[in-house]
Ligand binder design. Sequence first.
Ligand SMILES: Cc1cc2nc3c(=O)[nH]c(=O)nc-3n(C[C@H](O)[C@H](O)[C@H](O)COP(=O)(O)OP(=O)(O)OC[C@H]3O[C@@H](n4cnc5c(N)ncnc54)[C@H](O)[C@@H]3O)c2cc1C
Length: 302
Amino acid sequence: MSAARPASVETGRPLARLSTVRTGGKAEFFARAASEAELGELLAWARARGTRLSVVGSGSNLLIADQGVAGLVLKLEGQLARIERCGQRLICGGAARLPAVAAQAARDGLSGIEFGVNIPGTVGGAVRMNANAYGGELGRVLEWVQIATASGTQRRKPQQLGLAYRSSNLEEGEIVTRVCFSLEQADPAAVKAALAEMRTRRHAAQPQGIKTFGSTFKNPDDPRAQGRSAGLLLAEAGCSGLAVGGARFSPKHANFIENTGAATTADVLALMAEGRSRVLERFGVELEPEVQTLGDVRFPWL
Ligand SMILES: Cc1cc2nc3c(=O)[nH]c(=O)nc-3n(C[C@H](O)[C@H](O)[C@H](O)COP(=O)(O)OP(=O)(O)OC[C@H]3O[C@@H](n4cnc5c(N)ncnc54)[C@H](O)[C@@H]3O)c2cc1C
């Protein structure tokens, strides 16, 4: 049985503007879902056609294939971006932005999600990536996560999400539509002050106003790194400011790659390969990508 193609489905939509590094090609099919009902219709259509599904959040840790992405690429919005207070809980749509959740929590005098203030992604992307900062932990404040797939909706508790360093067990086609954060009552002024302090620290440590997807590689868990972060290893291997085409390791934070103008995903991949090979040669440490991929993106060293 084939479902009718929903009117919201576009073909050949360019995706670069949906990623913060602004590279990559077009989606074979693209649609925005503003409610669970709309999402359900899109999932049913994709399922009936046997179409591959993927989802873009804020695109803040995403590298999109230059040759485009096969299948249906979804973006959540509208009702699926809402943040609602329910006592000490915030119930957020998968497309709610983490800085907005942190700000809402501060206004409501709720503590626990302050670390989200500097993470420019959505709640759904944060669950998928197990996003963290400044010792904050997503798993500690998650009560449940609602996931939609082509075969229905389910809720998972944090211990069922396989949360580990920048990863979860969410698979392609499993879409976070709603998340419940359980927070602690606190003084709104104290929570606001914590946000301000985190913003200041971030401003001092990271480049601002550049097109980047944040951390390129994960911090290694390898004794040869001697506790150094991926950024420090890259900097010491001479990668700060190193460029391939329009992609460059930031001179301020070597684990950030920036698009200086007309970078392609191929430029980013070639630069990542060069940085990784320098770190391997100098320290014997094999860096692993943190950045996620959409479409047929192959890391040159794999
Ligand atoms: C300047 C900068 C600073 C950053 N700082 C931090 C930091 O301090 N800590 C940190 O952890 N990260 C940081 N990041 C990385 C990034 O913001 C996080 O990984 C964020 O959680 C990604 O969310 P997103 O919505 O942008 O996801 P995207 O980049 O759009 O997607 C990432 C992955 O999540 C999946 N995904 C997106 N939405 C959903 C959904 N609704 N359901 C299921 N899967 C979904 C995508 O398919 C993809 O696999 C930073 C990035 C930048 C650019």
